[in-house]
Ligand binder design. Sequence first.
Ligand SMILES: [Ca+2]
Ligand SMILES: [Ca+2]
Length: 302
Amino acid sequence: MISCQQTPRHFNPDDHLETVWSIEFDDIGIYSSPRATDLTGNGIKDLIFGTGKLEMMETNIGIVAISGETGNILWELPARDQVFGSANLIDITGDGVDDVIINGRAAMLTAIEGATGEIIWEFISGVDYDSAKEKGLFNFYNPQFIPDQNGDGMSDIVVANGGDFMAPPYNPDRPTGKLMVISTRTGELISEAHVPDGQETYMSAVATKLNEEDEDYTIIYGTGGETLGGNLFRTTLSDLLNGDLSNPQSFLFAQIREILALFNYRYHNKNGNYYLKKMGLQVGSQSIDYSHLGSFQMEIAC
Ligand SMILES: [Ca+2]
Ligand SMILES: [Ca+2]
């Protein structure tokens, strides 16, 4: 699947690809990376992704599931703002079909039954950007599954929330980002804690065990913003469950700060020129074992 909003200048799909089916959506863009799972039971994976218009614009098609076999829409849901997150898949309803947890602006974090498109829960409903802001909630970034924390037998999620995009550039007076642990089965908040440097967060937190023998999960998260510097931190799931991320033993030290120094000073302006500018850590991140030797490495977009 290829999604784009402009005609490629250097890549002609017809020269390289056979089109099985295609589908276009008028007046909306695709902001999330599609995820694939079989929602219909025919053995062919289907696609789920988020869409949107401009910031703070509602859309009738905000979350979509498409048949992998035919390209037909299986279900679609409206959204109050851009759904830039990518679906996390887990069977909440117990019918053997993956359900969808997906996220975006205006505090959108929603669980949807994969087979039907019915909403299972919303972390917060009936709000817009302003009323979500009043509750201290902003963008939800991509969640990560962690073991069951509330005794209901189902994995729960760690997720970062923050980022007031209406704050003027370079203005350091911004709401502090936070990490949250949320019940996968019900959407209820289990714990939360603000980031320790008082900055915003625009990065999907990563939750993982750095070594097989670790008893606790490590959580790595970033702070800062497009025009403000930040930090890359690590903490533990235990600290987050205790609501306190300030343990200085948890910070990542020199190595990551050197990496930050490399990444933090590259900026792409509207004229296509790069110039030097301090930037924070943003949206996408993932943990990958490149060496297959159990060592943890990480790619970060800045
Ligand atoms: Ca299900
Ligand atoms: Ca649980």
